[in-house]
Design a protein around this ligand. Structure first.
Ligand code: GLU
Length: 361
C-alpha cells in the first residue's frame, strides 16, 4: 500500500515535472519561432559598387542579394531570411513590365503560409512610384517594406546595411500588418502613399511633407504610430492578376511660357491619360490648357497635379474641372498620380469616377 502510495506520489511528481518540461519546451519554441521574411532584390544603390573607394561614380545593382544578406549577419537574429534576385537595375530604368513581375511575385510569396512579410530592395529614384503601385495591387495585409540606400555598398559609411536591418525589423514586427506598403530609410518609416524623394544625394532624402512619417526604428525596434488612411492592399480593389500591360500615361511639366507641343506629342504617341505637373494649384498657360482641353475631347483623361512638393490640388480652383472634364490630383504629386491613373484607367475612363478614386486612395 505504502509502495503503491509512494508510487502514485512519485508518478504525480514525475507527471508534474514532465508537464513543466513540455510547457518550457513549447514556450522556448514559440520564443525561437522567428517570422520568415522574404527579400526580393531589384538592384539600386543599396547593391551598388564604386569603381574605386574614393571615386565619385558607381554602378547601381552590382551586388547580388546573397552578398547583401551576408553583409548583415544580424538579420538572422530577427527573422528567417530568404533572398531572391528579381531584376538588377538602377530604379531609373523601372518600367511597367518589371512592376507587373514584381507585384505578381510579391502576391505569390505573401499567399504562401510560410512567408510572413516581404522586403524589397530598390533604387531610391523611383521608390516613391513602385511603393505606391504595390500599395494598390498587393492583395495581402502582411507587411511589405521597400528599402534602399543613398550611398553605394562600397562607400565609407554606407547606409544600406543599417537600412536593410531596419527594414527587416519593421517587416518582422506584427504591428506592421495592415498598414499597407511601407518605405524604410534613415531610421524612418513612411506610408507608400505619402513618401517622396526630396534630395538628390543626402541620406535623409525621403520625406512625407503632407503627412509626416508613420513610424521610426530605434535601437533595433520599430515604433509605428500612425495608420495610413487611403485605400490600399486588401481594400484597394485594383488587381494586376492576368495583366501583361498597363495603360500609357504621361506626365507633362508646366512652366512659364509653356507651349502645347509636348501635350500634343503625348496624345499622338497614344497616351490614355496625361498628368500635368502644374504650377501652383495645378495651373498651366492658356495655350497648354487649350491643348489639354483638346486632348480631353479625344478621350484622354487629364489629371491636374502640381510641381510643388506639398499641398493638395483642389478641384475647380482656377481651372474649371467640371466644365472641362478634368480630374484634380488632390494630394498626389505627379509620379504617384500617374500610378493611380494607370490603374484607374484599367477600370474606367469616366473622369468623375476617377476623381472619386483620387479622393479615396
Ligand atoms: N539611380 C539609382 C537608383 O535609383 C540611384 C538611387 C539610389 O538607389 O539611391 O537605383
Amino acid at each position: 500500500m505504502q509502495t503503491l502510495t509512494s508510487g502514485r506520489v512519485i508518478s504525480r511528481q514525475a507527471g508534474a515535472v514532465l508537464a513543466s518540461a513540455v510547457l518550457l519546451a513549447v514556450t522556448a519554441t514559440a520564443a525561437l519561432a522567428k517570422p520568415h521574411v522574404a527579400i526580393v532584390a531589384t538592384g539600386g544603390t543599396i547593391a551598388g559598387a564604386q569603381t574605386s573607394p574614393q571615386g565619385p561614380g558607381y554602378t547601381a545593382g552590382a551586388f547580388n542579394i546573397e552578398t547583401l544578406i551576408a553583409g548583415v549577419p544580424q538579420l538572422k537574429d530577427i527573422a528567417d531570411i530568404s533572398g531572391e534576385q528579381l531584376v538588377k537595375i538602377g530604379s531609373q530604368d523601372m518600367n511597367d513590365a518589371v512592376w507587373l513581375k514584381l507585384a505578381k511575385r510579391v502576391n505569390e510569396l505573401l499567399a504562401g503560409k510560410d512567408v510572413d512579410a516581404v522586403v524589397i530592395t530598390h533604387g531610391t529614384d523611383t521608390m516613391e512610384e513602385t511603393s505606391y503601385f504595390l500599395d494598390l495591387v498587393v492583395n495581402s495585409d502582411k507587411p511589405v517594406v521597400l528599402v534602399g540606400s543613398m550611398r553605394p555598398a562600397t562607400a565609407i559609411s554606407a547606409d544600406g546595411p543599417g537600412n536593410l536591418y531596419d527594414a527587416v525589423t519593421v517587416a518582422a514586427d506584427p504591428d506592421a500588418k495592415g498598414r499597407g506598403v511601407l518605405v524604410v530609410l534613415n531610421d524612418q518609416v513612411f506610408a507608400a502613399r505619402d513618401v517622396y524623394k526630396t534630395n538628390t544625394t543626402q541620406v535623409d532624402t525621403f520625406k512625407a511633407l503632407d503627412r509626416g512619417p508613420i513610424g521610426r526604428v530605434e535601437e533595433g525596434s520599430a515604433e509605428l504610430f500612425e495608420v495610413p488612411t487611403g485605400k490600399h492592399t486588401t481594400a484597394s480593389g485594383f488587381s494586376v492578376a492576368g495583366t501583361d500591360t498597363l495603360p500609357k500615361v504621361d506626365i507633362v511639366y508646366a512652366y512659364a511660357n509653356m507651349g502645347r507641343e509636348l501635350i500634343d506629342a503625348a496624345v499622338k504617341a497614344g497616351a490614355k491619360g496625361i498628368v500635368v505637373a502644374g504650377v501652383g494649384n495645378g495651373n498651366m498657360t492658356a495655350e497648354a490648357l487649350q491643348a489639354l482641353t483638346d486632348a480631353r475631347k479625344q478621350g484622354v483623361v487629364v489629371v491636374r497635379s502640381t510641381r510643388l512638393p506639398s499641398g493638395a490640388v483642389t478641384r475647380n480652383a482656377e481651372v474649371n474641372d467640371d466644365e472641362l472634364g478634368f480630374v484634380a490630383a488632390e494630394e498626389l504629386k505627379p509620379g504617384k498620380a500617374r500610378v493611380l491613373l494607370k490603374l484607374a484607367l484599367m477600370k474606367t475612363s469616366d473622369p468623375m469616377q476617377i476623381q472619386q478614386m483620387f479622393r479615396d486612395y
